[in-house]
Design a protein around this ligand. Structure first.
Ligand code: 5GP
Ligand code: ZN
Length: 113
């Protein structure tokens, strides 16, 4: 399968990795939308949040905790940050491997456009 995020998770494509474990990988977005912009992904290919099932409850928790870890490790946990997942074309998703954006380092506007 030709999935860039699978390749990053497997270490087969270059990325600036923040951390990686058996289940998840956190790496810096190539086109940051904020001073800090980390992507958190499952190492296993899952196309969108819609494809998560009840069997993935453990993985889902690990992804959320990895977003928190990414915020602490990049120093934005106290100043505040945003975690978001674009789901499907209408939700603004462009890469079809689930990823949470962890954005911080500036004040986040609400609502997002
Ligand atoms: P989406 O629009 O799917 O929610 O977000 C995809 C994100 O992945 C974008 O912010 C984009 O900059 C980032 N991205 C796409 N390709 C690569 C890549 O090869 N490496 C890295 N580090 N980020 C990527
Ligand atoms: Zn993938």
């Amino acid at each position: 399968m030709d999935c860039i995020f699978c390749k990053i998770a497997a270490g087969e494509a270059p990325a600036k990795i923040l951390f990686r474990d058996d289940d998840v990988t956190a790496f810096f977005d190539i086109h940051p939308a904020a001073p800090t912009h980390v992507l958190v992904i499952p190492n296993r290919h899952i196309a969108t949040l819609n494809d998560l099932t009840d069997d993935d409850v453990g993985l889902a928790g690990r992804l959320v905790l990895a977003c928190k870890r990414a915020a602490f490790e990049t120093g934005i946990a106290d100043s505040g940050y945003r975690v978001l997942d674009n789901v499907g074309a209408g939700g603004g998703q462009h890469v079809w491997h689930v990823h949470f954006h962890v954005l911080g380092g500036r004040r986040m506007a609400w609502p997002p456009t």
